[in-house]
Design a protein around this ligand. Structure first.
Ligand code: BTN
Length: 330
């Protein structure tokens, strides 16, 4: 099926490949199998998306400036994935991309559909906490997956997503990401990103999973949330640079697709090893409350079911699923 979006992506690619040269309307119309009037209409749409297009009479078109505005088109152009993000729903403002994603999933949205917003008015985090999602300052995005795995394996998808985000950040000089169990991404002990996974499942079958990601990108110091439970940071704060949201989203989706494909083909063990390579405080002593008991143990890694593994003083290993953890014990 030829969609408007695929035609537009092809059009941008043709213009991009031509670099500084002009391509005539005739050439474009032949290559895309649409009329010259249709080409002109697409150009107007691209301009609305923030591209600057130069149209020279009797010569043709060329791109003078690529768009930095986030939209379904600008995200798709240059996105090197085979299934993740083939469908992108971009909204300027939503209450929460999680809600939009659930609604879309219930009405049969495809595996790999991405919902992204510039701003969320009721962004939510784990444990019903508020997730601050200021306009244009970060990545507020939810991905719909329809994995053919049993529901008990779903936490592995969260660990996989955290690993994909850490892999992307790790490529940049001066950023040394850590993952604090289960899935907070930290830079220099401060939280830069969080993940919220929600699932609709029957007893032995997942209908769909929505993986929500929040990444603080371009907030200045005074725009960061004053969270009670953690200290927050942004990529801009850590590097003193403005970051390109489009590029980061594309890199995250590419990394996530690659890891998901590995996960389905070869299982969880490679992802677990990678996760552990970023694990915050692995090999160190942590302190945690279970019921009324206060325990200390060495954080030794994660189990395949996503549980935190600790080694007690007597050498026994224990799995922890939920506990109040003090990560900063001396
Ligand atoms: C956490 O660390 O508590 C998880 C934060 C998850 C935030 C993201 S932003 C996109 C998606 N929409 C939401 O309302 N929440 C997730």
């Amino acid at each position: 099926m030829v969609t408007i979006e695929s035609t537009r992506s092809k059009l941008i690619k043709l213009l991009a490949d031509a670099k500084e040269s002009y391509i005539s309307g005739q050439q474009l119309s032949e290559q895309l199998h649409i009329s010259r009037t249709a080409i002109w209409k697409h150009m107007k749409e691209l301009e609305k998306d923030g591209y600057v297009i130069e149209a020279k009479p009797k010569t043709g078109y060329r791109i003078k400036h690529f768009s930095e505005n986030v939209s379904a088109n600008t995200l798709k152009w240059g996105l090197n994935t085979s299934w993740l993000g083939k469908e992108i729903i971009h909204k300027s403002t939503v209450s929460s991309t999680q809600l939009v994603a659930h609604e879309a999933a219930r009405t049969n949205a495809a595996h790999g559909t991405v919902i992204i917003a510039d701003e969320q008015s009721s962004g939510r985090g784990r444990m019903d906490r508020v997730w601050h999602s200021k306009k244009g300052k970060g990545i507020w995005m939810s991905v719909i997956l329809r994995p053919e795995i049993p529901p008990y394996m779903a936490p592995q998808l969260t660990l996989m997503t955290a690993t994909a985000i850490a892999d992307v950040l790790d490529q940049y000089d001066g950023i040394n990401p850590k993952i604090k169990w289960p899935n907070d991404i930290l830079i220099e002990n401060k939280k830069v990103a969080g993940i919220l996974t929600e699932m609709q499942a029957e007893q032995d079958r997942i209908q769909y999973v929505v993986i929500g990601m929040g990444l603080n990108v371009n907030q200045a110091d005074n725009e960061l949330p004053d969270a009670i439970h953690y200290r927050a940071t942004s990529l801009r704060k850590e590097t003193a640079n403005e970051w390109q949201i489009i590029t980061l989203v594309q890199q995250i989706l590419q990394a996530m697709e690659a890891q998901y494909d590995t996960f389905l083909k070869r299982g969880f063990s490679e992802i677990k090893t990678k996760w552990e390579s970023y694990g915050f405080r692995i090999g160190e002593k942590i302190s945690y409350h279970q019921g009324r008991e206060n325990k200390q143990a060495i954080f030794s890694g994660i189990a395949a079911d996503g549980a935190l593994l600790v080694e007690l003083a007597n050498g026994n290993k224990e799995k922890i699923y939920s506990a109040e953890i003090d990560w900063f014990v001396e």
